[in-house]
Design a protein around this ligand. Structure first.
Ligand code: ZN
Length: 175
């Protein structure tokens, strides 16, 4: 058993499994030149490791995504496809406001609003990325199967076809 602090997103006694700063994520933003402090923390992940040995089993983790923008583009996770499209993922938002961006292999992208209590049943065929549109940390809990396989390379190379940016009318998903 472990114990999760629902506000901070941190499991009792746990160190962050991974930590991404603006330096790590610069290439994912439309305007990397707008980065002012590349050491600024964007997100941390707590809980199970991403890849484990042995028979397939259910893994879980939390992510704490900080508020902020690069230019007009909100802070976000890298995003990835699963190598096995039959392996989905389930996400529960604990704190904050944001969006889950989904994209199929044809490059069609859409979003689901994230707010405390929102549950997202992610089809294993779709790339997924999370964006923080609020002014406090966006905290969410995720479960997935250990044999889903993670493909970060395609997103690193091609990105998402749409980006969530700040506009006078609020967050907007643009090409
Ligand atoms: Zn995933």
């Amino acid at each position: 058993m472990s114990r999760l602090d629902l506000t901070s997103g941190v499991f009792a006694g746990a160190e962050a499994q991974s930590r991404k700063t603006l330096k790590d994520l610069a290439r994912y933003f439309r305007d990397p030149a707008a980065i002012q402090n590349e050491d600024l923390l964007v997100y941390e992940t707590f809980g199970c490791p991403g890849e484990v040995e042995g028979p397939p089993r259910l893994l879980y983790a939390t992510t704490v995504l900080q508020p902020g923008k690069v230019g007009d583009e909100y802070f976000m996770t890298r995003g990835h496809f699963h190598l096995d499209p039959t392996r989905g993922e389930n996400m529960l938002t604990l704190r904050g406001q944001g969006a889950l961006i989904l994209m199929n292999r044809l490059g069609d992208a859409w979003q689901e609003k994230m707010e405390p209590g929102s549950v997202h049943d992610i089809d294993g065929r779709y790339a997924h990325r999370v964006v923080n549109t609020g002014d406090e940390p966006l905290v969410f809990y995720v479960t997935w199967m250990s044999d889903c396989g993670h493909d970060y390379a395609q997103i690193e190379r091609d990105g998402f076809s749409k980006k969530l940016i700040e506009t006078p009318d609020g967050p907007a998903l643009v090409e």
